[in-house]
Design a protein around this ligand. Structure first.
Ligand code: SF4
Length: 474
């Protein structure tokens, strides 16, 4: 029977009053018969994944609920609840034996106001200029960063968008971050740039077209890799690239092969022999330029430097998706011809050497704040032990990268984490699972909450403050 009285959830600063049978503003906690419970099941993994075994989502699979203290299960923080307002010990602190050594793991769902995602989109296409604003549902949620080798990079979220703008900006930023971290697809639009659908582990969809290939390298690298395959089959090869366009007859790779001069001239800025910058504007055409006709990057052919009627030219993009073959006519004008069969395989080889284009979503958050009190009574000791590699941090069981310098700034590939690992609170902030694993003696020495250590069996059978047996076995 439902009771009328609302009770207060204190798992975040919003402090919702929740009626019996209802959930709070974040949909993560509810009032069940006058008790606050965590709604999602606690996710338990098989920690043999590092030895090549599969993750076992026990609470969703056929599992009889049996476990022992020394088995291979690992209780993640997903569904564990949080330590807010941080003076109390983390929801679960358990011990386990790994290869005979005694370890303690502290798990908590951390509330991050200082967090965001870095997104790597494998494409040469020009999504937008560096520093351009990235929007979701019309709200500014981040910006374009410096591109990397074959990839465009975005930085989304962060405290300025979550709390420093309007209420709507904060809400939309939080929603976008949570969906991206939970491996869902979201649409982003870049000011004076393109629209892209991003989903962790999936190909980007740019202006409605799915990207399939990540380039084999820049134009210069492509020349270096394939010059010997072209030698003797064609008189000139140009690999069109927005960053470095390569020309084989001038390139060092061609020189080593004794490649003959062809009298070619390329528009743009010559960097070093056979390497040209700025042959066109950035865009969605050949090699990340804005061109559809590659001849537009060429000037007149110089007879004195080797141009002759009948000279053959292959022009190809850095992914091998675009290619054209030409012969110079009597006026030294390139005329398009069918690609000879013996050159087709080299173009195929470029394609074959391209990796699938994917989106990578890295969650970045600062875990150095007050949540450390949930792990130890002396928070700086936890920071130090992380820096000394004595404490290992995982997110939902996935490996994290810890930034050098102050605090505990961590980064994790969300694709490595179980589905729906992330939540939110309407402050707004992102909720992410964190597990700290440390040798038992070290845990004692850093001021850990040793009286709160429990066995995994006890946690699974009896739950914790926000969970009971029913909620996480259902
Ligand atoms: S938003 Fe969620 S965590 Fe925060 S008080 Fe409400 S129900 Fe609890």
């Amino acid at each position: 029977m439902l009771t009328q009285e609302k009770i207060r959830c204190d798992a975040c600063p919003v402090m919702c009053f929740i009626a019996d049978g209802k959930s709070g503003a974040c949909d993560r906690y509810a009032n069940e018969n006058g008790e606050i419970i965590r709604l999602d099941p606690l996710v338990i993994l098989n920690n043999q994944i590092e030895k090549g075994e599969q993750v076992k989502p026990f609470l969703k699979a056929d599992w009889n609920g049996e476990t022992t203290e020394n088995d291979n299960t690992f209780i993640t923080a997903i569904g564990s609840g949080t330590t807010y307002p941080d003076y109390k010990p983390a929801p679960f602190i358990f011990n386990s034996k790994v290869d005979g050594a005694d370890f303690i793991t502290v798990v908590t769902e951390a509330i991050f106001s200082y967090c965001g995602v870095k997104i790597k989109i494998d494409t040469d296409r020009h999504l937008g200029s560096e520093r351009a604003i990235v929007r979701h549902k019309g709200e500014a949620i981040g910006h374009v960063m410096t591109s990397e080798y074959g990839s465009q990079m975005l930085s989304l979220g962060g405290v300025d968008h979550l709390t420093g703008g309007t209420k709507v900006e904060g809400r939309v930023t939080c929603e976008a971050l949570m969906n991206l971290c939970n491996k869902e697809a979201i649409e982003l639009s870049i000011d004076e740039g393109l629209t892209v659908i991003v989903q962790a582990g999936k190909p980007p969809i740019i202006e409605g077209i799915e990207e399939t290939k990540m380039r084999v390298g820049c134009g210069s690298a492509t020349i270096g890799m394939f010059a010997s395959q072209w030698f003797g089959l064609v008189d000139e090869v140009v690999v069109v690239d927005d960053h470095i366009t390569g020309v084989v007859s001038e390139h060092q790779a061609g020189k080593v092969l004794d490649w003959k001069s062809t009298g070619i001239s390329v528009k743009g800025r010559r960097s070093t022999p056979g390497r040209y910058f700025q042959v066109a504007n950035p865009g969605t055409g050949w090699g990340g330029t804005d061109i559809q006709d590659p001849l537009t990057i060429l000037g007149t052919w110089n007879e004195k430097k080797g141009a002759v009627p009948g000279l053959t030219i292959l022009m190809v993009s850095t992914t091998g998706e675009n290619y054209s073959y030409y012969e110079l006519d009597n006026e030294l004008i390139p005329k398009k011809k069918k690609l000879p069969a013996n050159l087709k395989s080299s173009v195929e080889l470029i394609k074959e050497n391209c990796e699938p284009a994917l989106c990578t979503v890295m969650f970045v958050g600062g875990a150095g704040g007050s949540l450390r009190s949930g792990v130890t009574k002396n928070p700086i000791q936890l920071t130090k032990s992380v820096k000394n590699n004595e404490t290992n941090i995982t997110c939902g069981g996935a490996k994290t990268y810890i930034w050098p310098g102050g605090g505990i700034t961590l980064m994790v590939d969300v694709h490595e984490m179980p589905d729906n690992s992330f939540g939110y609170v309407p402050t707004p902030a992102i909720v992410a699972p964190l597990e700290f694993t440390i040798d038992r003696n070290k845990y004692k020495s850093i001021g850990g909450h040793t009286t709160k250590i429990r066995s995994k069996k006890d946690i699974i059978e009896n739950g914790g403050e926000y969970g009971n047996k029913k909620s996480f076995l259902s």
